[in-house]
Design a protein around this ligand. Structure first.
Ligand code: UDX
Length: 447
């Protein structure tokens, strides 16, 4: 089938590459000429396991093309995916200007019927707005051409985006058209194996499904972070509590890891956007507001522990930081807890020596010329002469470090662990002051 994808960001590029990989012909279009040129040269704008080889091979074999030519792209596919960004505007609502601009572009150039699929995460009711924009643009042209607007939200996780797209848990399709149902069933047939994963519903329900899923996951995390804070104060260990509750199948082990807060391009933005949508319809969403507030507070947890340890005086201290990306296996730093940590430490006059396996370039791009940030080539180099080690992201390579080396490189044997990677008692036995999340305020070597 011939498919056009507007927007070569995370969602668009992964979806396009995976569709091409199973044999569809895919045309990707973006306004960013440099990005398009880079992709033609095999330079992929994001780090995502498994993505580079399938982009390159499908481009070379002619099933995947990249262009800035919107007219050509609109003519190309019967199916037109909208996968452009929906950044939050000042009040936290999702900004639809890019989505609606694509709708207008499609309607400006279309000559035959199109199925327009909304892949971007958009507030409930956006399908109607896209439809209205297409209708208005066609009317201005004096053209009468059939079109259908469909909601097909994406559930991919960064770091596992290709496999999530290849083996989706579910494919949610919001439409009331039988023709669309047939076409989409054929489009996704290669991914719909073993059991039926396609769930058809109305457009608004599909749009809300995406927010409900992300908000539920964010709620689980904030709930656990709140439990961790309570555990800390009552002298319990949240990791034992986590095991205890996860064994109940109704709760489950997934997504109940306490930590220094959730980040990324989805949870913070989507929770905020649903709060906003609720406000607009006169509903006060108490749970979602609390989820956001707890997360904001949790991101300050490590800086607070550091300030407490150093007696409120961190000026002049140097902190070694392991982990900059918002989670492992990605270089994405959007809403990362590491940023709150660094910015708080800098404001207090401390310096940071940081290492991340993938996010060094991104950190350089964001914080470039700061004199109070040194980007180090290895995790060991980051320790050299620092006063403490802080861990913000649970990369595998941080799980079993050389603790003797850490001790000898640091001025003081103290670790602030935002991801509960180590056993507190063993850390105390090794001679560290070890601060973690929800496991007692500090396990000191002397206690
Ligand atoms: C998320 C959803 O999982 C995905 O389905 C949706 O389409 C987009 O948003 P992503 O943003 O890639 O995906 O990251 P995810 O793996 O869900 O992690 C989000 C954040 O939650 C990370 O900062 C992670 O460290 C944190 N997290 C996750 C926890 O703090 N505890 C957990 O138990 C799980």
């Amino acid at each position: 089938m011939k498919v056009t994808v507007f927007g070569i960001g995370y969602v668009g590029l992964v979806q396009a590459a995976v569709l091409a990989e199973v044999g569809h012909d895919v045309c990707c279009v973006d306004v960013d000429a440099q990005k398009v040129e880079n992709l033609k040269q095999g330079i992929i704008p994001i780090y995502e396991p498994g993505l580079t080889p399938i982009v390159k091979s499908n481009y070379e074999e002619g099933r995947l093309q990249f262009t800035t030519d919107a007219k050509m792209a609109v003519e190309f596919g019967e199916i037109q995916f909208i996968a452009v960004g929906t950044p939050p505007d000042e009040d936290g609502s999702a900004d639809l200007k890019y989505v609606l601009a694509v709708a207008e572009t499609i309607a400006t150039h279309m000559q035959d019927p199109k199925i327009i699929i909304d892949k971007s995460t958009v507030p409930v009711g956006t399908g109607d707005k896209v439809s209205a924009k297409v209708a208005e643009t066609l009317a201005n042209r004096g053209a009468e051409i059939d079109y259908q607007v469909v909601s097909n939200p994406e559930f991919l996780k960064e770091g596992a985006a290709v496999s999530d797209c290849m083996r989706p848990d579910r494919i949610v399709i919001g439409t009331d058209s039988d023709h669309v149902k047939d076409v989409i069933t054929e489009l996704y047939a290669p991914f719909n194996r073993n059991h039926d994963r396609i769930i058809f519903m109305d457009i608004r329900s599909a749009e809300l499904t995406k927010y409900a899923a992300n908000c539920m996951l964010a709620t689980k995390i904030s709930f656990m972070n709140e439990m961790a804070n309570i555990a800390e104060m009552v002298g319990a260990d949240i990791e034992q509590v986590r095991n205890g509750i996860g064994s109940d199948e109704r709760i489950g082990y997934h997504f109940i890891y306490p930590g220094c807060g959730y980040g990324g391009s989805c949870f913070p933005k989507d929770v905020q956007a649903l709060v906003k949508t609720s406000e607009q319809i006169g509903y006060d969403s108490k749970i979602l507001k609390a989820v956001e507030a707890v997360n904001d507070k949790q991101k300050s947890k490590l800086p607070e522990l550091i300030k407490r340890h150093f007696g409120d005086d961190v000026a002049g201290k140097t902190v070694a930081l392991w982990g900059l990306s918002f989670k492992p296996k990605t270089d994405d730093m959007r809403e990362a807890s590491s940023r709150v940590l660094m910015e708080t430490l800098w404001a207090a006059g401390a310096k940071v020596q940081a290492f991340d396996p993938e996010a060094m370039e991104e950190t350089q791009r964001i914080y470039g010329s700061r004199t109070d940030l040194a980007l180090m080539g290895t995790k060991e180099a980051a320790l050299n002469g620092a006063d403490a080690l802080v861990i913000c992201t649970e990369w595998q390579s941080f799980r079993a470090p050389d603790f003797d080396l850490i001790k000898s490189e640091l001025n003081e044997a103290v670790i602030f662990d935002g991801r509960n990677l180590y056993d507190p008692q063993r850390m105390a036995d090794r001679g560290f002051d070890y601060y973690a999340i929800g496991r007692g305020l500090s396990i000191k070597q002397s206690t």
